[in-house]
Structures are given as structure tokens and as C-alpha cells.
Ligand binder design. Structure first.
Ligand code: ATP
Length: 401
């Protein structure tokens, strides 16, 4: 499937191996609140340690915008990684990332040692794929491994630029797993293939909707984006989230589905309230009405109970399911029922189930269904671009087999 060289194709004994990881973890008061991305990076790191490489890890964290921001230092990640690996991960705390600390630490490395560089986005050139920083990173290493799927849709120094100055560039296990799951699902799915899209706005997922319609057998729409489709059908949608500039697009997609003989499922009923909850988890009075009977002064905030059953049934008959974006305002327990019902149907099926990162991944994990999914992508934006059918620069840059 993935025709890129991986860590299984190289011998790193005694070599300096620069590994681009995705350690962009949420932090609260200097504590990591979700360590999924660290855990997901371990197989590649352990493999390189076991093979006797000198393992130099790098990553971005948040958006320091080219300046050292102490609250976005990777120091807490080094501490937690040391615990997870059971060996020291030395932190090279240079504000310019490749500075005297990093160089000295690399020079002192023994085979199997691990160090972590400072946040790559402390450098302003990082997101511009600048030459100087790419070369500095490359100067630390003999081999480059890209295991950061979450940034694979961006061409930055630490995942793309650096590959021009290192002879060998390969992908890590996490990257390979992401591409294999998402790639197989989209390009070579076991059918029936059901794709479920939700989230706030149609505009965010225009190309995803269009591309998936071509690839899947059934496309299910929920969340805020459903109301633009319902309006395009001529329904009154009250004060629900609608993008009036995308009504024609929704009509086009409904026509496209019909022409291709694909099922496009929209909510048949919807959970409505007077106002958007404020704060978001506030107690709120809701009712469920048919989708063509939303009163003019009410707002749709979740799929309804009949829709949840309809969508769960569609999932039951599927062999491959890809899901991106919540079915409603899931941050509020009263409005999370649609999202929970869909998550549960995915958890219960034997089909290959793939969660496309971001909010949907967080929702599935929070709801306790994480372990029952075949694959939860670690990249929101990257998995969306993949579902759009785009090539990811971070993947393209690795050496071909
Ligand atoms: P993912 O991260 O899985 O790709 P996403 O982050 O792209 O999903 P968004 O487009 O950000 O999804 O939408 C998620 C947000 O949509 C949630 O915060 C949720 O509250 C909101 N949302 C869902 N349904 C509605 C609705 N009916 N009205 C308004 N907002 C909604």
C-alpha cells in the first residue's frame, strides 16, 4: 500500500537518527492532559533504541509563532517520555533548537541513547520550510525518520525541508499505520463502505464530501453541517447553523450522489432548543422534531432519536466505516446523544472502523469507546486532507522503496 521506505528497511546501528514525532499534546499548568500522541510514538522509538541508533527526537508543540515561549517548552514531554520508555530522555533546551546544548548532547550520545530537542516552532523558519533551519536539523543526523502524521499535510523544515539534506529519509510505524488504514479505507475499502461526516460547517469539508461520495457506498451527514443540506432540500431550519453560500454546493452533492447511485443520508429528525447552550455544558430544554418541521425560532443542535437509529443501522451493514466530526454539540451531555449513538454503533460492529482525528477522536476516547475502534487517527487536519484525496507533503518526502 505505502510504497515508502520505513524503519524496517534501514540499519541504524551507531547512526544518529533524527525522528520527527508529533508530541503536540494538550498541556494544563505544565501537565500533559492527554498522552495518546506520546504513547502512539513509542513503537518507532523503541525499535530504533533496540537497533542501537542514537535517537534524536523533535516535534512542535502548539503555536509559539517563531519565539521561545516557556509555556510551550517540550520539557514536560521529555519527563513523561523518560517514564514511558523506562530510560532517560535528555532534554536539549536550546531556544534556537539546534544550539550548543543540542550539539553537545548529540556528540555525547552512546548507541541506544535518546534526546529530545526543543519545540521546533520556536524557530520562525520552521513553518516556512526555510533552508537554514532545515540544514541545521540535518547536520545533527545521518538518517531521518518521519513519524508525525499530524503535521504530514504541512511542508515544514522538520518534516520536509530536512529530507533534502539527509541521505536517507523513511517513515515510522505510526505514519505507516495511519497511511495504511486511511489509504485502504478510502482507496481499497472492503464494501459496503460507509462514511460519516459531522462537525460544525459544510465549508470546512467541501472536498471531503465530494471525494468520499465517489469512494463510499453510503455517506452520512450529521452535526451542524446537516442544516445547510436540509435548507438546500427546501426545509425550514429555523436558527440552526447554516451557510447560505453553500446551498448550491449541497444541491450539487445531492445530485452527484443520485447520479453515482450512492446513498446520502441526512437527519430525518433533529434535536432542537431555543438557544445555543451558554456555557456550552449548561442544562438545556430540548425537543425532537422531524427535520422538515423545525420551528422558525428554534435551533437544531443534535441529530434526533430516529436518525440515530437510522445511522446505527447503516453502520451495522457496513464492512468499512470512516467517521469524522461529531453529530451534535457533544460537549453538552444533553446534546451528545447522537454522537454517543453513532460511537456505540461503531464500537459494536465487526467492520473496520476508522476515526478521522480531531474532535471525533477526542469524543470517542472521552466516551470510552476508543479501544473498540480499529484505528483512531492522530491527525485531524492531515486525515481530512487524506480523505480529500490529497498527497501529504510529509509522506511524499520520504524515500521510495
Ligand atoms: P474533527 O476534529 O473530528 O475533524 P472537527 O473538529 O472538524 O471534527 P468541527 O467542524 O470543528 O469538527 O466541529 C466540531 C464542533 O461542531 C463541535 O464543537 C460541536 O459542538 C459543533 N457542532 C456540532 N453540531 C452542531 C450544531 N448542530 N450546531 C452548532 N454546532 C455544532
Amino acid at each position: 500500500m505505502l510504497n515508502k521506505k520505513s524503519v524496517d528497511d534501514i540499519n541504524v546501528k551507531g547512526q544518529r537518527v533524527l525522528v520527527r514525532c508529533d508530541f503536540n499534546v494538550p498541556l494544563k499548568d505544565g501537565k500533559i492532559t492527554d498522552e495518546n500522541r506520546l504513547v502512539a510514538a513509542l513503537p518507532t522509538i523503541k525499535k530504533l533504541i533496540a537497533d542501537g541508533g542514537k535517537v534524536i527526537l523533535c516535534s512542535h508543540l502548539g503555536k509559539p509563532k517563531g519565539e521561545p515561549k516557556p509555556e510551550l517548552s517540550l520539557a514536560p514531554v521529555a519527563v513523561r517520555l523518560s517514564e514511558l520508555l523506562g530510560q532517560e530522555v535528555k532534554f536539549a533546551a536550546d531556544d534556537n533548537v539546534v544550539g550548543p546544548n543540542a550539539k553537545a548532547a548529540v556528540d555525547a550520545m552512546q548507541d541506544g541513547d535518546v534526546i529530545l530537542l526543543q519545540n521546533t516552532r520556536y524557530r520562525v523558519e520552521e513553518t516556512k520550510n526555510g533552508e537554514a533551519f532545515s540544514k541545521e536539523l540535518a547536520s545533527l543526523a545521518d538518517v531521518f525518520v518521519n513519524d508525525a502524521f499530524g503535521t504530514a499535510h504541512r511542508a515544514h523544515c522538520s518534516n520536509v525541508g530536512v529530507t533534502q539534506y539527509v541521505e536517507t529519509s523513511v517513515v515510522g510505524y505510526l505514519m505507516q499505520k495511519e497511511i495504511d488504514f486511511l489509504g485502504n479505507a478510502v482507496n481499497n475499502p472492503v464494501r459496503p463502505f460507509v462514511a460519516i461526516l459531522g462537525g460544525a460547517k459544510v465549508a470546512d469539508k467541501l472536498n471531503v464530501i465530494s471525494n468520499l461520495l465517489e469512494k463510499c457506498d453510503t455517506l452520512i451527514i450529521g452535526g451542524g453541517m446537516a442544516y445547510t443540506f436540509l435548507k438546500a432540500k427546501g426545509y425550514e431550519v429555523g436558527t440552526s447553523l447554516v451557510d447560505d453560500t453553500k446551498i448550491d454546493y449541497c444541491k450539487e452533492m445531492m445530485d452527484k450522489a443520485e447520479k453515482l447511485g450512492k446513498k446520502l443520508l441526512l437527519p430525518i429528525d433533529t434535536t432542537i432548543a431555543k438557544d445555543f447552550p451558554n456555557p456550552i455544558d449548561a442544562k438545556i430544554e430540548v425537543t425532537v422534531v422531524p427535520s422538515d418541521a423545525i420551528p422558525a425560532d428554534m435551533m437544531g443542535l443534535d441529530i434526533g432519536t430516529k436518525t440515530a437509529e437510522l445511522y446505527a443501522d447503516a453502520v451495522k451493514s457496513a464492512k468499512t466505516v470512516v467517521w469524522n466530526g461529531p453529530m451534535g454539540v457533544f460537549e453538552n451531555p444533553i446534546l451528545a446523544k447522537g454522537t454517543i449513538a453513532v460511537a456505540k454503533s461503531l464500537a459494536e460492529t465487526d467492520a473496520t472502523t476508522i476515526i478521522g482525528g480531531g474532535d471525533s477522536a477526542a469524543a470517542v476516547n472521552q466516551l470510552g469507546f476508543g479501544a473498540q475502534m480499529s484505528h483512531i487517527s492522530t491527525g485531524g487536519g492531515a486525515s481530512l486532507e487524506f480523505l480529500e484525496g490529497k498527497d501529504l507533503p510529509g509522506v511524499v518526502a520520504a524515500n521510495d522503496r
